[in-house]
Design a protein around this ligand. Structure first.
Ligand SMILES: *Cc1c(COP(=O)(O)O)cnc(C)c1O
Length: 233
């Protein structure tokens, strides 16, 4: 049986090679693109092995699971990214441990996030999650691009938050390259009002190449490194 650390090492190497090749193909410097390893549903022991293998950033999408893992791994020098749907009554608690909250899609989240971040030594980085669904389609998470000017101003004005950039997930049933090209346009317009918002979190196990081609600075990769997610109720 293969030891877990060897599986994780092989997964990481394969993903880092894909990132190398995608940067080369896009004519981008390799150090412009960061890897966030999505550890949701996997145990804290995996997070620990990943940190030993040089991973610096991990992503989680469920508050209770994330909070507990961040506590169990408090001795490790990791940046925790919250990438899941946020309820406003949980937002303050998330901002108490997450270094980056990537899934901010409505103004109602801003005040509780800032309150939760008030006790932190540094402001919490916020990414605005953008919906790439065609207008009128049934929405998964994310703000409509038209809502971004007000939302970005609200985050930028919050005392304990830092507007860092945008996050998006390619919609199902569309070529991710087409969706990420739209995202790059949206990003240009946000950057013209907020030049500090340089982060673009896009691309997962199946589409990180297309995201890197369209300017992603962070890819969020789970299953290509950790394997298929275990099913927990
Ligand atoms: C789970 C998840 C990922 C990682 O997905 P994989 O396909 O396993 O790489 C990335 N982003 C978000 C928002 C997720 O929820």
């Amino acid at each position: 049986m293969t030891a877990r650390v060897d599986e994780l090492r092989a997964g990481l190497e394969a993903v880092r090679e894909r990132m190398d090749r995608a940067c080369e193909a896009a004519g981008r410097a390799r150090d412009e693109v960061n890897l966030v390893v999505v550890t949701k549903y996997f145990p804290a022991s995996d997070v620990r092995l990943l940190a030993d293998l040089g991973v610096t950033d991990v992503g989680e999408n469920r508050h209770q699971e994330a909070e507990q893992k961040a506590q169990e791994c408090a001795d490790l020098d990791l940046r925790w990214h919250f990438i899941g749907g946020l309820q406003s009554n949980k937002a303050a608690a998330v901002a108490a441990y997450a270094h980056v909250v990537e899934s901010v899609d409505r103004p109602k989240l801003v005040a509780p996030l800032s309150r939760g971040a008030a006790g932190r030594p540094e402001p919490v980085d916020v990414l605005l999650q953008v919906s790439l669904d065609p207008p009128g389609a049934s929405h998964r998470a994310g703000a409509d691009p038209g809502a971004l000017p007000a939302l970005s101003d609200a985050v930028a004005a919050a005392d304990h938050l830092r507007l860092a950039g945008l996050m998006a997930v390619a919609p199902l049933g569309e070529d991710p390259a087409v969706a990420f090209a739209r995202l790059a346009e949206v990003r240009r317009s946000v950057l013209s009002d907020h030049p500090e918002a340089t982060v673009l979190s896009a691309g997962m196990s199946g589409d990180l190449e297309q995201a890197i081609a369209h300017g992603a600075t962070h890819v969020r990769v789970g299953s290509a490194i950790l394997g298929p997610r275990p099913v927990i109720l």
